[in-house]
Structure formats: structure tokens, C-alpha cells
Ligand binder design. Sequence first.
Ligand SMILES: [Zn+2]
Length: 171
Amino acid sequence: MEASSGGGMVNIVMNGKQEALSIRIDPEVVNREDIDMLQDLMIAAVNEAIRKSQEMMTEEMKKSPAGSISRPILKKGAVGMALYAKPIDHLIEALMRLPGIGKKTASRLAFHILRSSSSEAQELARSILDVKEKIRLCSTCFNLTDEDPCRVCQMSADTRRSCAWSRDRMT
Ligand SMILES: [Zn+2]
């Protein structure tokens, strides 16, 4: 059974007894500045491997007559930690769809977001949604704007009005 993190940057093969058989690390993530990220990727991959391995064991237990295999010890903490591997991989995949963002940068960003405070993460998420929900094209000049007509068009309309007004006053 195989588990990976960071879109395959760390790959672990584990058997049904939660014994790691092999660990493969993408050479791309091996350098001094990436140690923190590599450690996070290892934790994610190990926990994902344990989760899959436990699933495999549960399946085996269902097939075999009761009591023939001793029950796996399911630690609560381990299950909770394993859950974190999937959301982080989803985030990495989403970031990789951005232009100019490779697997490595996406992982670095994802783990940065993971370590940042929840208010920082919320601000990032909100500003992404705001751009989609609030920004549209000005119906007059077709520039990007958060109000329609845009401020430039509103201003030039005002200027036209005040010009007309002062011209009227002059004559
Ligand atoms: Zn405009």
C-alpha cells in the first residue's frame, strides 16, 4: 500500500501491519531551505500511510472470522493527524493550478498557510472570494471595477456635468 504527500514529493510504502517498507523522496525537495517543508511532507505521508494501512487491516478483519486477527490499536491522535494529509494535498493541487506555480512552490505555500494564524488564512481566503464576487467590468469603459460605472467614469461624468454647468453660467 502506498501513500504520498505534496503531490508525490514524499512517497511511503507500508504494509497492513503499519510497517514502513520504503520511503521515496523527490530530489527536488532536498535542500537546506526546504527542510521544514520536507519534515511536514514526511509527517503527512507517514500519517496517510498509517491511515491506509489501518483501513486495509479493517478490511482484512471483515473478511476473516472474528477473533482470528488481533485488533489493530487505533490511537485517536493518529487518526486525527492522518486526516490532515488530504486537505493539505487538496490545497497543494489547487495552488498548482495557478500560473507559474510548480509542485514545490505550491507545497511551500500550502505549508506556510498551514502554519499561519487562522485570521491570516481567513483574510487570504476572503480576498480571493472578494475578487470573484465583487469585481466586474464597468459597463461604460469595460475596465475592472468594484462599482458600476467605475470611479473614473463616475468622475468624468461629474466633470462633464460641472463643465456644462459652468458653461451655462458663463453665457
Ligand atoms: Zn468605467
